[in-house]
Design a protein around this ligand. Structure first.
Ligand SMILES: *[C@@H]1O[C@H](CO)[C@@H](O)[C@H](O)[C@H]1NC(C)=O
Length: 163
C-alpha cells in the first residue's frame, strides 16, 4: 500500500482508485472545445481538449476518427521542453500549444472532418474525437445544407415529349 501513498497529488481525480486497480488503463473520454464555434474559410480555429491530465507526457492529433499513424497530424510534448513532431497528415498549417490544443490556420473546406486527440499520461490517459466543420462565406445554416441544383427550366410552348 506504500506505493499508492507515494503517487503524486491528484493523478486522476475520483478515478484514481479504479485506474490504479487495472493494469491497462482505458483512456478517459475527452471532450474537445472548438473556438470559434463556426470557423470560416480562410480563418483559424483552435481545438482544445478538456480535462487534460496535468502530468500528460505527450499528445497526438489525428485527422480521423481513430488514432492510426497514417492520419497523425502531429505529436506535442509539453513544457519545460515543448516540442512538436509533425506526422504524415500535417499540411503545414497545424501547430500545437499549451494544454494540447491544436491550432489550424488558413482553413480550407477540406479541413472539415473528424479530429481525434490522444493524451498520453501514466495515470490518466485521454481519448476524444470531434467533428470540425469549416463554413464558407455565407450564413452557417445554409452552408451546412447540401447544394441544391434547381430543376432545368423549360421555356417555350410547353409541348414537351412525354414518355
Ligand atoms: C465523422 O465520422 C463519422 C463516423 O465515421 C462519419 O459518419 C462522419 O461523416 C464524419 N464527419 C465528417 C464531417 O467527415
Amino acid at each position: 500500500q506504500k506505493e499508492m501513498e507515494q503517487t503524486p497529488a491528484r493523478p486522476g481525480g475520483p478515478w484514481r482508485g479504479i485506474l490504479l486497480a487495472v493494469p491497462a488503463q482505458t483512456p478517459t473520454p475527452t471532450p474537445v472545445t472548438i473556438t470559434p464555434a463556426s470557423p470560416a474559410l480562410g480563418g483559424n480555429v483552435s481545438l482544445a481538449p478538456q480535462n487534460v491530465a496535468q502530468n500528460f507526457t505527450s499528445c497526438n492529433w489525428h485527422r480521423s476518427t481513430t488514432a492510426d499513424e497514417t492520419s497523425r497530424i502531429l505529436t506535442y510534448f509539453p513544457p519545460p521542453n515543448p516540442v512538436q513532431h509533425n506526422g504524415p497528415a500535417h499540411t503545414g498549417r497545424e501547430t500545437a500549444g499549451p494544454g494540447c490544443a491544436l491550432h489550424i490556420a488558413g482553413l480550407t473546406l477540406s479541413d472539415t472532418g473528424n479530429y481525434t486527440v490522444q493524451v498520453q499520461s501514466r495515470t490518466s490517459p485521454g481519448l476524444g474525437t470531434v467533428v470540425l466543420r469549416v463554413y464558407g462565406k455565407c450564413h452557417p445554416r445554409s452552408c451546412a445544407d447540401p447544394v441544391r441544383v434547381p430543376p432545368p427550366q423549360r421555356w417555350g410552348s410547353g409541348r414537351l415529349p412525354r414518355e
